[in-house]
Ligand binder design. Structure first.
Ligand SMILES: [Zn+2]
Ligand SMILES: [Zn+2]
Length: 303
């Protein structure tokens, strides 16, 4: 068995700290960013639909969502479920920032605070996606939560002190710019709007939608006792979500680099890692069986 340490960035220093009391407020930077790209996406769809623009949209979305968001930000930076050299780590995190959801430190915070909240018996509806679909859409796409008493969040030194990571956090919006210029030079406004704005809007909406369903309905092989929210597997969406749809598996084994645990659970993020492992680019891939046992984790009958 490989040595596994749990990634712990949240510190609860007193009993007033809780994931229930908090206010949802409009986040203007998030709202303006989304509105700007929504406008670009609509213009692109109405005036510049073409096969070549569709191909650029699909391939750049697949690259940034798979290698960037799922592998780079989620499985590597947030869960440390495999290891690689720092140049590859920077590259994967850069692709993840290109998804347009936030910089690396912000993504770690958003993920970990939600994860911490969901492990309690109760948590705020914003953090559990408990409101109806339309309400959750408004909240997640345009707002943020301010907890009345939030825990301390500390990012490990090797990440927070890395000047390249700091630069990627500061410039996450601007990292689109070189790609926008290249798309414009090759294919004009149409390719730029499809490759940047439409891709960002579809990625943000897709991420929210998957998050909503993956915490509300679907299939489960595992139950986590005492948790406010359970994760659900969303069959048939494994391919499209780069493996992120196996969210019941992920709640059960958060430190596993592999999300699709059973035969037939398509997990493109894991396939990419297997290829990179063969090429010697990544190593120490952690699997569900490498993780320490959790007392609160119970298999359901179907297992
Ligand atoms: Zn979850
Ligand atoms: Zn996670």
């Amino acid at each position: 068995m490989k040595t596994v340490h749990e990634v712990k960035r949240i510190t609860v220093s007193n009993e007033r700290i809780n994931p229930v009391e908090g206010d949802v407020v409009v986040c203007w930077s998030k709202t303006l960013w989304f509105a700007l790209h929504l406008f670009g996406a609509v213009v692109g769809l109405v005036f510049y639909a073409s096969w070549i623009n569709t191909a650029v949209f699909v391939s750049f979305a697949a690259l940034t969502l798979c290698l960037g968001h799922s592998v780079g930000l989620h499985r590597l930076l947030i869960h440390q479920s495999f290891a690689c050299g720092r140049e590859l780590r920077w590259t994967l995190v850069h692709f993840g920032s290109l998804v347009g959801m936030g910089g690396p430190f912000q993504m770690m915070y958003m993920h970990d605070i939600r994860d911490w909240a969901q492990r309690h018996e109760h948590c705020h509806d914003f953090l559990s996606h408990a409101k109806p679909l339309w309400h959750d859409a408004l909240w997640q796409l345009f707002c943020e939560i301010r907890l009345q008493n939030s825990p301390r969040f500390t990012i490990e030194n090797e990440v927070i002190c890395d000047p390249v990571m700091q630069m990627m956090q500061r410039t996450w919006m601007w990292q689109q710019l070189p790609y926008a210029v290249v798309f414009y030079l090759i294919g004009g406004w149409g390719m730029m709007l499809w490759g940047i704005s439409l891709r960002i809007v579809v990625s943000l909406m897709g991420h929210w939608l998957i998050n909503f369903f993956a915490h509300n309905q679907g299939e489960r092989d595992w139950h986590l006792a005492g948790h406010a929210v359970q994760g659900y597997n969303l069959p048939h969406l494994g391919l499209l979500t780069m493996g992120e749809a196996w969210h019941n598996n992920h709640h059960a084994f958060p430190g596993s680099a592999r999300f699709g645990l059973k035969a037939g659970q398509a997990d493109p993020g894991w396939w990419a890692l297997c290829v990179m492992e063969k090429l010697g680019l990544v190593w120490d891939l952690r699997n569900a069986e490498d993780l320490p046992e959790r007392a609160e984790l119970h298999p359901l009958i179907s297992n």
